[in-house]
Design a binder for this molecule. Structure first.
Ligand code: NAP
Length: 244
């Protein structure tokens, strides 16, 4: 029986690459989506090209009932979830002076409360199985802070606290919980930046390039593997040395 990985926000970008990477390893995959579109179809097709199953479940991570239903549907189909990757996330960048309350709340609701909503519904299944891996996608700015990202940095710092606390709660049950903190990764999220800014950022990174989604997926794969069985409660930066 194949292992099962549930990756949120996997219709594109980092999440999609994580899902494809797990599919290459022979995992059956579950991904969620908010609206059916071409991106979702492409992601499903690219995952299934690896001869594994890909279940797609409709649900917004910021909605608890949606998450409850998504997890129910995954368990109904596969009977278990071995690996959960909380990857869904958004940015709404602006200086605090200009930030609307809704911009702060929506980023916290999706990035941080979303991580709670999904994990809360998955954890009882992992507890019963006495095994599981949870990998939360944070960000280097959750550690360092970043002007224009008070909402996003707070959500990503919150994910780190959540990760460490949960790791302490469930370690004795065979469940390992870690966070990955990417630096600047080339996806639609960072595509909004002007080319000059991207070049400046790349220059400031010790390895002199922005990361690609596969750089993050490789570390997530490691954290789900038997090779990382003595690692929990950690934050692994994948940032070309940006933060050290
Ligand atoms: P992306 O290309 O914008 O993809 C984000 C994904 O999350 C999409 O599949 C999106 O689906 C989904 N999503 C957003 N809100 C959702 C919601 N409420 N419910 C369910 N799904 C939702 O972003 P990315 O760059 O791949 O980022 C992935 C993760 O890495 C995020 O948590 C981000 O904060 C983190 N990260 C990224 C970078 C970077 O440089 N790119 C750096 C550090 C951390 P829809 O089609 O529904 O919008």
């Amino acid at each position: 029986m194949n292992k099962v990985a549930f990756i949120t926000g996997a219709t594109r970008g980092i999440g999609k690459q994580i899902a494809i990477t797990f599919a290459r390893e022979g995992y059956d995959i579950a991904i969620n989506y908010r609206k059916e579109n071409e991106e979702l179809e492409n992601a499903k097709r690219e995952i299934e090209e690896n001869n594994v199953k890909c279940l797609t479940v409709q649900g917004d991570v910021s909605n608890f009932e949606d998450c409850e239903r998504c997890v129910y549907e995954i368990i109904k189909e596969y009977g278990k979830i071995d690996v959960l990757v909380n990857n869904a996330g958004i940015t709404k960048d602006t200086l605090l002076m200009r930030m609307k309350k809704e911009d702060f709340e929506s980023v916290i609701d999706i990035n941080l409360v979303g991580t709670f909503n999904v994990t809360k519904n998955v954890i009882s299944h992992m507890m019963k199985a006495r095994s599981g891996r949870i990998i939360n996608i944070s960000s280097v700015v959750g550690v360092s802070g970043n002007a224009g990202q008070t909402n996003y940095s707070a959500s990503k710092a919150g994910i780190i606290g959540f990760t460490k606390s949960l790791a302490k709660e469930v370690g004795s049950r065979g469940i390992l919980v870690n966070a990955v903190a990417p630096g600047f990764i080339e996806t639609q999220m960072t595509d909004v930046l002007k080319d000059e800014i991207k070049e400046e950022i790349a220059k400031s990174i010790p390895v002199k390039r922005m990361g690609v989604a596969q750089d993050v997926a490789n570390v997530v794969k490691f954290l789900a593997s038997d090779d990382s069985s003595y690692i929990t409660g950690q934050v692994i930066n994948v940032d070309g040395g940006m933060l050290m």
